[in-house]
Design a protein around this ligand. Structure first.
Ligand SMILES: [Zn+2]
Length: 377
């Protein structure tokens, strides 16, 4: 056995489903060996023996980190009044506050996600190229992965404006289709296809929008779909388009994503936390809220669906399916939760928090900010 290794015995949740296996983990938390329980030779010299649930790290499917520095309770109002461009409260705030306030807000949100063991986020970044640069600079310095989907400022719709965004961003993240001229949406779609980058947009958040004209743009990712009909969901599932749902953000506007319908129709789901000014980017709270809210609605969603949306499906979306698997080759770095092995999807969905993450080793922050709390892995 390697020196200084941990032995994990419990349930492994990865894209192959649950299995009762053992893992030998390096002191840095890397998988050195995986095998069936009971087949390991005589154990010796473990740093620790851990029981619980091992799972690949989660990835936030939808954020707007630019407004994470908003310091107050979110006021009540409609989507238009609070977050829609160009005159929603959020956009007025973004145009008013200093770069330092935005930067600090982003740093705080990235720090929080890292402490939660979240591997990265797919972020819709407003404010054109300066907005992309701000998030890129902070995330690179902090060593936190951000898939940045930018958008041209205002209603700028020249091919050049779109290309300038795509030169710096990982794709385009549009506000709702009704907020942008059709020409701009089609231009963005064509440029994303040409450059192999991601086209994403909010859709049917508070009112139903025509799904055919949205799908005609061939987006990779839609966000919300609260007001989508069952046949809209069928069309989305048929096209294999991913959908990021953000139940806590929706709840603030009196909405819920139809999770049980989405599950029944095999819509490919990611879980996101949406605007930083409304909701902190904590996927564990998001999963638990989604589960309870769906039961309150009388249309329960399975814990497995939510856990897959937060921990496994994002890696498929990113084209890195190996990361949704726990193997020694390539060596995975799973999160290990000290939770009961019974109903493991439920345990992760409703009970996971940093309280239960087994800290295998401490690693200093890669950024200039130091966390006050413990560091995971
Ligand atoms: Zn959003």
């Amino acid at each position: 056995m390697p020196k200084g290794a941990y032995l994990f015995e419990g349930v492994i949740l990865d894209r192959a489903g649950p299995s009762r296996d053992y893992l030998v983990l390096s002191s840095e938390g890397q998988v050195l060996e995986r095998g069936r329980r009971g087949t390991l030779g005589r154990p010796r010299g473990w740093l620790d023996r851990i029981r619980g649930i091992a799972i690949p790290p989660p990835f936030n499917g939808h954020t707007h980190l630019g407004d994470a520095g908003w310091p107050r309770e979110p006021p009540s109002g409609t989507v238009e009044e609070i977050v829609a461009p160009p005159h929603g409260l959020k956009h007025r705030w973004l145009s008013r506050v200093s770069l330092a306030v935005k930067r600090e807000g982003i740093e705080g949100a990235l720090d929080e996600m890292r402490e939660l063991g979240i591997a990265g986020t797919i972020d819709f970044r407003e404010e054109g190229r300066p907005g992309i640069r701000l998030l890129r600079n902070v995330s690179e310095r902090e060593g936190f992965r951000c898939v940045i989907l930018g958008r041209p400022r205002g209603r700028a719709q020249s091919p050049q404006a779109v290309r300038q965004i795509l030169a710096e961003a990982d794709g385009i993240g549009l506000s709702a289709l009704r907020d942008v001229p059709r020409d701009l949406a089609e231009l963005a779609a064509a440029e994303c296809r040409r450059s192999g980058k991601i086209l994403a947009l909010h859709a049917s958040e508070s009112e139903r929008e025509p799904i055919d004209s949205i799908l005609a743009l061939r987006p990779r990712l839609l966000v919300h779909l609260c007001a989508a009909t069952p046949s809209d969901l069928d069309a989305v599932a048929q096209e294999g388009v991913e959908v990021a749902v953000c139940p806590r953000s929706n709840a603030l506007f009196g909405r819920q994503p139809p999770l049980a319908e989405m599950e029944r129709r095999h819509v490919r789901l990611l879980l996101g936390t949406d605007n930083g000014m409304l909701v902190r980017p904590d996927l564990y709270r998001e999963m638990a809220f989604a589960y309870y809210a769906s039961r309150l609605r009388g249309q329960p969603v399975r814990p497995e669906t939510l856990v897959r949306a937060a921990f496994l499906e994002p890696w498929e979306f990113l084209g890195e399916p190996d990361r949704a698997q726990i193997t020694a080759d390539p060596p995975a770095r799973p999160l290990v939760f000290r939770l009961p092995e019974t109903d493991p999807w439920y345990q992760i969905c409703c009970r996971a928090s940093t309280r239960y993450i087994h800290v295998l080793s401490r690693r200093p922050s890669s950024g200039r900010r130091r966390s006050r709390g413990r560091r995971i892995r």
